[in-house]
Design a protein around this ligand. Structure first.
Ligand code: AMP
Length: 608
């Protein structure tokens, strides 16, 4: 039971008495040595959470639930959209498999502090490998399975793993893609040599194991079980490379203690989940949401986690939520847009167990959120995240009895405890600007950056004075603390000296019922310096698609003519990152976008 009835009371407690607040929150975790101090500044200027505390994250996520009567409860439910397989693993089975695989890693020479690179799709074995590392104090580095060649080689050289774990194949849609070729190519390119490779064999595409180098995952699971080793709170649990949305890929280091405390608190405070509830995320385990809410937060809280390989269709999401009585669904705006498209052919949905739906990762327009609310007949909210922060910076707090105002529901919410956002105005007297966070960041955020085999303070993420963490996102903050996100700093458009974010224009365009997705970017303009151009994907099969005139008129009527929108480029799809976010940067004014979206797909309409 949370002790606060209102958001203000909760946020004030974390702000005025942070030591008390976080030491109380730390009681959600089972410690070998309980911490007596919440936060301490390190010699390099960064912060350690719960120094002096010792624990094991795997013990907290698995063993203690077996000991406390949850042995027969499902810990993980896995569904593959590619192969249509489903697997359910109880907490007891998870404990056996993780302990066995941890013993297997030990037999390959893996010790505390060693890095283990896991390049696997979302599978039960991926979670087992992550938890097995956590059990013996090895640092897992999960790499999205779709990365091949130099992307993979770069990460191998960055973290110098003792062991690399891959699946024999991953899937692109329904097509199996062998991982052996990608692994061999990456190893040929990388200078670092791992001591061993572990292959998870999949029926669709078994791999030939190389003698001396490769070991079979399922055989290693049969090794003598290894027990959890006690670690210092600040010891690293994992390294996760940023996807590049926030600059060049950096190795974000997460600690054990702060991470466990923050995620356990967030499950109740933000998501309103209790032990025994079922949480489903559609994120790949290779991204931060997969790490935090596919694996650690639900398991630390004794919940059941539903994980999904591949992009689920609206009907797959419906049946997963229905069959497994999912209470919270966590997905992305792009996934929701696809659901909206598909659901036109489906009738309304009744999911009695579903309490609420969350999206994050990129801007979600109010029209999309409203559609989702009427589709699920439940609250649907957006919240703001970064790989660096590991949990949401701003959110909506379903664990508190107080009801949030409707006005707040369409935005990214208010700061989570311990996050203190401020605005660095882009010009004097401007309410908008870059959103920065006062230090220290709360537990669960980056414990440092992995660079040259050392964990150091993330100086590249700080402002010149070393006082603020820079988010590189733009926005503004209301009197009631609600944060409004305007997009990445480099997506802001400067029209004759006035600033407008692409997101503000997109919101208006997306309200048109004929529009599936849109992105607004800046193009050079001789007179004004820059002007916006809208890329628009219409809903397929419409009798009458939206016209450029309608779109431009709507934007001019809402924001004014000064915005200078006079060009709409109709396209069949928008370029996205590998994690599914629209890449506005790659929408060049030349009309030639990326190899995914050739110029021939685009029809430009200009209106004076
Ligand atoms: P990544 O670390 O790759 O997950 O990207 C983090 C970035 O995604 C943030 O800095 C934002 O630019 C964007 N982002 C994440 N969540 C949201 C959200 N709810 N609304 C708008 N943008 C978001």
């Amino acid at each position: 039971m949370l002790p606060w009835t209102t958001y203000e009371a909760m946020y004030a407690a974390a702000t005025t008495e942070p030591e008390t607040f976080w030491l109380d929150a730390a009681r959600r975790v089972t410690w070998k040595q309980a911490p007596t101090l919440a936060c301490q500044t390190r010699p390099d200027g960064w912060h350690d959470w719960f120094p002096g505390g010792t624990l094991n994250t795997c013990h907290n996520a698995v063993d203690r639930h077996v000991e406390n009567g949850r042995a027969e409860q499902a810990a993980l439910i896995w569904h593959s959209c590619a192969t249509k397989e489903r697997q359910i693993v109880t907490y007891r089975e998870l404990q056996d498999r993780v302990a066995g695989f941890a013993g297997g890693l030990r037999s390959l020479g893996v010790e505390k502090g060693d890095r283990v690179l896991i390049a696997m799709p979302t599978m039960i074995e991926t979670v087992i490998a992550m938890l097995a590392c956590a059990r013996i104090g090895a640092v897992h580095v999960v790499v999205f399975a779709g990365y091949a060649g130099s992307e993979l080689a770069g990460r191998i050289d960055d973290v110098a793993p003792k062991v690399i774990i891959v699946a024999s194949c991953s899937f692109q849609g329904q097509t199996a893609v062998s991982s052996s070729a990608a692994l061999n190519k990456a190893l040929a390119e990388a200078t670092h040599r791992p001591q061993a490779c572990v292959i998870t064999q999949r029926d669709a595409c078994p791999a030939r194991l190389l003698p001396l180098r490769d070991h079979a995952f399922h055989a290693l699971e049969q090794s003598t079980p290894a027990g959890p080793v006690m670690l210092r709170s600040e010891d690293p649990l994992y390294i996760l490379h940023t996807s590049g949305t926030t600059g060049k890929a950096k190795g974000i280091v997460r600690d054990n203690g702060g991470h466990a405390v923050a995620l356990a608190l967030s499950m109740e405070l933000i998501y309103g989940c209790k032990p025994g509830d079922t949480f489903c995320t559609t994120s790949d385990l290779g991204w931060v949401v997969g790490h935090s809410y596919g694996v650690y937060a639900p398991l630390l809280s004794g919940c059941t986690s539903v994980i999904v390989e591949g992009g689920p269709s609206a009907s797959a999401i419906r049946s997963l939520c229905h069959e497994h009585a999912v209470k919270c669904l966590f997905t992305t705006p792009i996934q929701m847009r696809l659901m909206r498209q598909e659901s036109r052919a489906l009738s309304g949905v009744i999911l009695p167990a579903l309490a609420r739906v969350f999206v994050a990762g990129e801007y979600a327009d109010p029209t999309l959120l409203d559609w989702a609310r009427s589709y699920f007949q439940r609250p649907v909210v957006n919240h703001w995240w970064q790989t660096e922060t590991g949990w949401s910076i701003t959110a909506h707090f379903f664990g508190l009895p107080e009801h949030e105002s409707v006005a707040l529901m369409n935005d990214i919410g208010r700061p989570a405890p311990g996050f203190h956002p401020a605005i660095i105005p882009s010009a004097p007297d401007e309410p908008c600007g870059e959103i920065v966070l006062t230090l220290p960041l709360p537990p669960g955020c980056l414990a440092g950056i992995w660079s040259d085999r050392v964990i150091g303070a993330p100086t590249a993420c700080l402002d010149d004075t070393g006082t603020y963490y820079r988010t590189f996102d733009e926005g503004m903050i209301d009197a009631d603390r609600a944060v409004h996100m305007l997009g990445r700093s480099d997506d802001v458009i400067k029209v004759a000296g006035r600033r407008i974010s692409g997101v503000q224009i997109e919101k208006i365009i997306a309200a048109h019922p004929g529009i599936h997705a849109c992105a607004v970017v800046a193009v050079p303009d001789e007179l004004r310096g820059q002007r916006p151009v809208a890329y628009v994907v219409s809903i397929s099969g419409l009798v009458r698609s939206p016209s450029a005139e309608e779109i431009i008129r709507q934007v001019r009527q809402t924001l004014g003519r000064w915005v200078g929108l006079r060009e709409v480029r109709f396209t069949e799809r928008l370029p996205t990152t590998i994690s599914g976010k629209i890449t506005r940067k790659s929408l060049h004014f030349s009309g030639c976008i990326t190899k995914d979206v050739p110029a021939s797909f685009i029809r430009t309409v200009s209106v004076r």
